[in-house]
Design a protein around this ligand. Structure first.
Ligand code: ADP
Length: 437
């Protein structure tokens, strides 16, 4: 983190530095050049006026700073120069500013020295006698300016790097400190960054879900142990009586029957638990295929016919073929549990109707019975694990309390919707709507 902050600060410092250098070179240098040129023009005019009045005497005792003055005859011969011996100087007729002044009255030009280190500004003016007066000043070139800047540039760079390191260490510590102080067990308790709040909220809700899941698992384990304990007690109690020869011969068969029933209850319970834990893991190993819901309902109705007859309940199937893409075993479980309940919680002489429909993108199955119904206050809870409206009644008729939670889970894996309509003493209708795809 320190490294990243350091890089960012360095980058900003260098960017500012280069931007200001570019500003100086690109904008200020031409600006000051023009100012200098204007001054030179004014000085040339003044000098020209002095010359026009005084003639060559104007140069007597003339002291100049940073400025060179040259007087040139109309044929280009140098008559006077403030820095060199005019006699040794070459003809100046070809100089741009001189030629221009002879022609137009005044002329200007800029030229670099051979080394490119200096740039000279020239300003020339024609005098009334046809001679030309020229003033020039030297100005540091851009290259000179760059070379001149090399030392301060290095110093500023070193200062910028040192400052970046100090700032990066300081800022990184400041940024990281609240992160280190975060209590991930209670993510929303601290005074962290506002920007982290969405993340902390997500961690908090995830932890809550985990705790909830943990709590549910614990409750489930406790329920399972409890559900297994009662049949085991019954089985071991009856078996003990038989073992100790305390049972009358005529009671032996009813005792064996009871042991068998309790053992069957345990088998069903264990089967349901296995199905549920399989569903909890997402039933990933189960293959999906196209299944006709009507055909599946027919096999379920056939399998439950004997049970319905024994309960004096008539069982009928209506509707039409309704193909859907799903997991056959789970769809079978859904239909079986719904029909099984409709028979179990029915009145003698009652009926159960299974209806399968194909409606556009959906396949639906509804199981309706003329049974005892479910009181309104229980209706939202009957899909919970081990929830029963009447516990002893459910146990009496071999219920595990897990059937509808298997239905709910299996329906969820098919993205299906469950609708429940039930009136006490009139009956119950549960409809499941499966998307076909
Ligand atoms: P169980 O094994 O007890 O039948 P389920 O999970 O299948 O467990 O059902 C939960 C409870 O919902 C049942 O105990 C029963 O009280 C109620 N229930 C389910 N289906 C019906 C129905 N068709 N009619 C009346 N009550 C029902």
């Amino acid at each position: 983190m320190t490294k990243r902050i350091f890089q960012a600060i360095c980058f900003v410092a260098l960017a500012v530095f280069f931007a200001s250098s570019a500003l100086i070179l690109g904008v200020l240098y031409p600006y000051f050049s023009n100012v200098q040129q204007t001054q030179l023009r004014a000085q040339t005019m003044l000098a020209a006026q002095g010359m026009a009045r005084e003639g060559a005497a104007y140069f007597d005792g003339l002291t100049l700073q940073n400025c060179r003055i040259t007087w040139i005859a109309a044929d280009g011969t140098v008559l006077y120069d403030s820095q060199s011996d005019s006699a040794r100087m070459e003809n100046h007729l070809a100089r741009e500013e001189v030629a221009q002044a002879i022609k137009e009255g005044s002329g200007e030009s800029r030229r670099y020295s051979a080394t490119l280190m200096d740039r000279y500004l020239y300003c020339a003016q024609r005098l009334p006698d046809g001679t030309v007066l020229r003033l020039s000043v030297a100005q540091g070139s851009v290259l000179m300016l760059l070379l001149g800047m090399a030392q301060p540039f290095c110093i500023i760079l070193a200062v910028a790097i040192t400052l970046s390191i100090c700032l990066a260490i300081h800022i990184a510590k400041k940024i990281v400190a609240p992160l280190n102080e975060l209590d991930l067990d209670h993510p929303l308790s601290g005074q962290g960054y506002d920007e982290l709040t969405p993340l902390l909220r997500r961690i908090d809700s995830q932890q809550r879900q985990l705790r909830q899941g943990e709590q549910q698992r614990r409750e489930f384990t406790a329920n399972v142990s409890h559900e297994l304990k009662s049949p085991l007690h019954v089985i071991s109690g009856y078996a003990e009586l038989i073992k100790n020869d305390l049972v009358q011969p005529q009671d032996l068969i009813p005792f064996a029957q009871r042991i068998y029933e309790e053992a069957q209850r345990m088998v069903h319970l264990v089967e349901d638990i296995i199905s549920l834990s399989h569903l909890d893991e997402g039933a990933q190993d189960m293959e999906r295929e196209t299944v006709d819901l009507y055909e599946l309902a027919r096999t379920v109705v056939q399998a439950l016919e004997v049970k319905a007859e024994a309960a004096h309940v008539t069982l009928k199937l209506t509707g039409e073929a309704a193909p859907l893409y799903g997991i056959p075993t789970l769809l079978h479980s859904i239909l079986y549990n719904l029909c099984d309940n409709a028979i179990k919680y029915n009145h003698k002489g009652g009926s159960v109707t299974v209806e399968v429909k194909d409606i556009g993108d959906f396949a639906t199955v509804s199981v309706s019975d003329t049974g005892i119904g479910i009181p309104a206050e229980h209706q939202s809870r009957i899909f919970e694990r081990f929830y029963r409206v009447d516990k002893s009644h459910s146990k009496e008729i071999g219920g595990t309390g897990l059937g509808l939670s298997i239905v709910k889970h299996a329906a969820k894996l098919h993205h299906a919707e469950i609708a429940l309509h039930s009136v006490v003493d009139q009956g119950t209708e549960i409809t499941i709507r499966f998307p076909k795809g």
